[in-house]
Ligand binder design. Structure first.
Ligand code: ZN
Length: 270
């Protein structure tokens, strides 16, 4: 599932390549992907102004005060394509721009959610108003204060979108590794030094990932159904040496989610 570093890179690419382009037509193969009263064809004839991210949502702004909110969920992937490139069967949504280039969206599990709403009504999108502060925007004092009230396991807190939006299974593992905190430590075992270290680690991880992901988007965003995960240090690296100490990375699966960590760097009992 795309998380903050992935979506930031995607926004950067789109703001560069789509600026000022008008939509010629839209094609929607799986109608249930668009869940708003307005359909996708509402953006036809309108110009792309910008796209930004909040949590795991992308918010596209079109001229005429139209917003398009997209949550790609697990398997939604964007490709920027030349019209001569054959569309893959998994292409679910195509936005054709004047001049011919296409923004294509594929979604293996077809779980993504698209909404076309007036610009002032983005908060009406289901789940949007419940989101906590964005992880890139929350300040350290607010983060520490809110974390003090959380008793559950730290990984669950970091990935709880109502606590803070934008971090998922992959980057929570990376941030906790950077902070040298075991993912299953509970809130009550942390002190303020740990919480401040976690805040530092969160930004250090985003700063580390940013150039790697900017390099990934290259000329066309995603290639097929890839996930930008090869650079990660512990997530899905079970058995590989920890880049810091060389111990084998551990894995635990709970409720279908894999958690990876280095037990030497991240002891459960500090
Ligand atoms: Zn280690």
């Amino acid at each position: 599932m795309p998380e903050i570093p992935d979506l930031e890179a995607i926004c950067g690419f789109m703001n560069q390549h789509l600026a000022g382009l008008a939509v010629a037509e839209t094609e929607l193969r799986f109608p249930w992907l668009v869940r708003s009263e307005d359909g996708l064809d509402r953006i036809a004839g309108h110009r792309f102004e910008s796209v930004h991210r909040y949590g795991k949502f992308l918010i596209f702004e079109w001229d005429g005060d139209i917003a398009m909110v997209v949550n790609p969920m697990l398997t939604g992937r964007f490709t920027w394509a030349d019209p001569s490139e054959r569309r893959r069967p998994a292409t679910a949504i195509t936005i054709v721009f004047a001049g011919g280039n296409e923004l294509r969206y594929s979604d293996q599990r077809k779980m993504g959610r698209w909404y076309v709403v007036p610009s002032g009504e983005v908060d009406s999108v289901p789940g949007f108003a419940d989101l906590g502060p964005d992880a890139l925007e929350i300040d350290e004092e607010t983060f520490v204060a809110q974390l003090r009230r959380r008793r559950g396991m730290i990984k669950n807190t970091l990935t709880n979108q109502k606590f803070m939006a934008g971090i998922g299974n992959a980057y929570s593992d990376e941030i906790l590794w950077e902070a040298k905190l075991h993912p299953h430590r509970t809130g009550s075992t942390l002190d303020d030094d740990d919480r401040r270290e976690l805040y530092r680690a969160m930004h250090a991880t985003f700063d580390w990932a940013r150039p790697l992901l900017e390099a990934q988007v290259s000329e066309r965003l995603y290639q097929r159904n890839e996930e930008w995960r090869d650079h990660l240090r512990v997530h899905r690296q079970e058995g590989e040496p920890c880049p810091r100490c060389g111990s084998a990375v551990k894995a635990q699966v709970r409720s279908g989610r894999e958690t990876n960590y280095c037990l030497t760097c991240q002891p459960l009992f500090a």
